[in-house]
Design a protein around this ligand. Structure first.
Ligand code: FAD
Length: 498
C-alpha cells in the first residue's frame, strides 16, 4: 500500500468546505489536507434548499442539529410546493415522506385511484403528513416508531449558503485542514502520466499533493482546464441556462417548505430562512432577457428587496468523467442541474461518500475511477429524468418555453417510466436512485399525468376495506399535524439564531 499522503482541495465554496470537512473527519490528521480559495473570485453563494439525506452528512460529521440550524440561520423543509407547473392555477406538493402508510400489499395510491374513480374527491395530498404540516405551518421532528403516523414524513433544511461554508470551514480548520488564500494560476502535470503534480498560485506559491479535489465551480479548473474531461450538455431537455437571485425581507408566516412557481420563461424559487427569504428566477435566455428577468423577479417578491439582482449563468449537464487520473471533481466542477429539486448539495455529499467508498492509494488503479464515473453518470441521469418530467408533463400553452418543453421528446428512459404510469399507475424504476416512488407519484399526479387504470390486484382484493382505511388515515394525519407546534415556535424554542 502506498497511502495518499496529501490532498489539495481547489475551491472553497460549499463543495470545497464540505469536502474538507468530510475528508478531515474520515482521514484524521494522518493525511495532510489543504484547501485553496480566492476571495476575489468568490463563490456562487446560492444553494439554500436541501433534501433529507443531508442529515446523514451532518450526522457523519457529528454535527448537532440545533447548533447547525442556529449557525446557518436555518429553517426546516418538509418538501416543495409547485405552483402553476402542470397548468396555470395548479398547485401540488412534493413531500418528504410517504402518502399515508400502506395498509395492503397494493400500494396506497392504487386504492386512492379506485376510490377517486368511484367519486371520492379527496386529493392524494390529504394523506401526506408533510403536506398537512405545511398547510398549517407546523414542525416537529418525525417519530422513530414506525407504527405512528408521525413517522411517515421526513425533513431537510433551508440555510444560508455562505454561513454553511463558514460553519464547515471552522469544523475543518479545527481538524487540521490548512487554508490558503490565493488564485491558482497554473497547473503542473507529469510529462509522462498527465497526473497533476501541483498548482502554482499567482503569487508564486506552489502547492503539491497526491490527490486533487476540484471544487473550483463551473470553470472546473483542474478536471476540465487541465485534464479535458469533457461535458455532456443537457440543454435540449432542460432549457434554462440563467438565474437571477435576489433576497428579500421575510413575510409571515415562516413556511416550512420551498416554493417553486412556474413563470413565463422558467420558474421562481422562494426559500424562507430565519433572517431573510431567498428568491431567484431560473430562466431560459432564449425566451427572456436578463433585464426582464431582473424586473419580473423584483416585482414578485414577498417583502422589501435586500440586494440588487445577482445574475448567474450555467449550462445544464455533467462532466463526462468526474474522476480523471488523480483529480476528482465535486460540486459545480462536476456539472450542474438547476435547483428545481434541490439536488446540487446532495450531489456534493454523494460524490464525497462515493470517493470515500472508493478511496485510492497512490497507485490510482483506473478501476476505481471507472466505477466512480459509472455510478456518478447513473445517479445524475436519473435525477435529470426526474427534472425533465416537471418540464415535459405540462399542459401550459401560454408561453413559448412551455409549448417547447411539452413538445420535446423526453429521453427513452423517462418515456418508458411515464408509459408504465399512464397504463396502470405503476411506478417503475431502473434501479437505485435518489428520488423514490413517492416523489415520482407526486409529480405525475400533481402535473396531470393521468393513469388509464390501476393495479389489477385491486380487483382481486375486494375484501380490503380501503374506503374505511383511507378515511382513518386522513383523520389521524390531520390530527397529528394540528397537534404540532408552529414552525416558528419550534425554531424559537430549539434553534433560533438570535
Ligand atoms: P462555487 O461556489 O463556485 O465555489 C468555487 C470555489 O472555487 C470558490 O471558493 C472560488 O473562489 C474557488 N476558485 C475558483 N477558481 C479559482 C482559482 N483560480 N483559484 C483559487 N480558487 C478558485 N444547490 C442546492 O443544493 N440547493 C439549492 O437550492 C441550490 N440553488 C442554486 C441556485 C442557483 C442559481 C445555482 C447556480 C446553484 C444552486 N445550487 C443549489 C447549487 C449550489 O449553489 C452549489 O452546488 C454549491 O454552492 C457548490 O458550489 P461549488 O462550491 O461547487 O462552487
Amino acid at each position: 500500500m502506498n497511502p495518499i499522503r496529501s490532498i489539495l482541495i481547489a475551491g472553497g465554496g460549499s463543495a470545497g468546505w464540505m469536502a474538507a470537512a468530510a475528508l478531515a473527519s474520515a482521514l484524521g490528521t494522518s493525511t495532510q489536507i489543504m484547501l485553496v480559495e480566492s476571495e476575489e473570485i468568490g463563490t456562487v453563494g446560492v444553494g439554500e434548499a436541501t433534501i433529507p439525506p443531508i442529515k446523514l452528512f451532518n450526522a457523519m460529521l457529528g454535527i448537532a442539529e440545533a447548533d447547525f440550524v442556529r449557525a446557518t440561520q436555518g429553517t426546516f423543509k418538509l418538501g416543495i410546493e409547485f405552483v402553476d407547473w402542470g397548468s396555470l392555477g395548479n398547485r401540488y406538493f412534493h413531500p418528504f415522506g410517504s402518502f399515508g402508510a400502506d395498509f395492503d400489499r397494493v400500494p396506497l395510491h392504487h386504492w386512492w385511484l379506485r376510490e377517486r374513480g368511484r367519486g371520492d374527491p379527496t386529493p392524494l395530498w390529504d394523506y401526506s403528513l408533510a403536506w398537512r404540516m405545511a398547510v398549517h405551518n407546523r414542525f416537529s421532528p418525525p417519530s422513530s416508531d414506525r407504527r405512528m403516523v408521525q413517522s411517515t414524513f421526513d425533513y431537510a433544511y433551508h440555510f444560508d449558503a455562505g454561513l454553511y461554508a463558514a460553519y464547515l470551514r471552522r469544523y475543518a480548520e479545527a481538524r487540521g485542514v490548512a487554508r490558503h488564500e490565493g488564485k491558482v494560476g497554473t497547473v503542473t502535470q507529469n510529462g509522462e502520466t498527465g497526473f497533476v503534480e501541483s498548482v502554482t498560485l499567482e503569487d508564486g506559491r506552489v502547492l503539491s499533493a497526491d490527490l486533487f479535489i476540484d471544487c473550483s465551480g463551473f470553470r472546473g479548473l483542474l478536471v476540465e482546464g487541465a485534464l479535458k474531461a469533457g461535458y455532456q450538455d443537457w440543454t435540449r431537455w432542460l432549457p434554462c441556462d440563467r438565474a437571477m437571485a435576489m433576497p428579500c425581507e421575510n413575510a409571515a408566516p415562516l413556511t416550512p417548505f420551498t416554493r417553486s412557481t412556474a413563470r413565463e420563461a422558467g420558474w421562481q424559487w422562494r426559500i424562507p430562512l430565519q433572517h431573510r427569504t431567498g428568491n431567484g428566477y431560473v430562466y431560459s435566455s432564449a425566451h427572456l432577457s436578463d433585464d426582464d428577468a431582473a424586473r419580473l423577479l423584483a416585482s414578485r417578491l414577498d417583502g422589501k428587496a435586500l440586494a440588487d439582482p445577482r445574475p448567474l449563468r450555467f449550462t445544464t449537464g455533467r462532466r463526462t468523467r468526474a474522476w480523471v487520473k488523480n483529480v476528482v471533481a465535486i460540486g459545480l466542477a462536476a456539472g450542474f442541474m438547476e435547483p428545481l429539486e434541490s439536488t446540487s448539495i446532495h450531489l456534493i455529499q454523494s460524490g464525497l461518500m462515493r470517493l470515500l467508498g472508493l478511496f485510492p492509494d497512490r497507485a490510482f488503479d483506473p478501476l476505481l475511477a471507472d466505477e466512480f464515473n459509472r455510478v456518478t453518470a447513473q445517479e445524475w441521469e436519473r435525477i435529470r429524468d426526474f427534472l425533465i418530467l416537471h418540464y415535459h408533463a405540462t399542459g401550459r400553452t401560454d408561453s413559448a418555453l412551455w409549448r417547447d418543453c411539452a413538445a420535446t421528446a423526453p429521453p427513452d428512459s423517462l418515456a418508458t417510466r411515464m408509459a408504465h404510469f399512464r397504463r396502470d399507475a405503476r411506478l417503475v424504476s431502473p434501479g437505485e436512485e435518489l428520488f423514490l416512488n413517492v416523489s415520482w407519484l407526486a409529480v405525475y399526479i400533481g402535473q396531470h399525468v393521468e393513469p388509464a387504470g390501476w393495479d389489477p390486484l385491486v380487483h382481486a382484493r375486494g375484501h380490503v376495506d380501503a374506503k374505511a382505511r383511507l378515511a382513518g388515515l386522513r383523520r389521524v394525519t390531520e390530527e397529528a399535524a394540528r397537534a404540532m407546534p408552529t414552525h416558528e415556535a419550534f425554531i424559537a424554542a430549539n434553534c433560533a439564531a438570535g
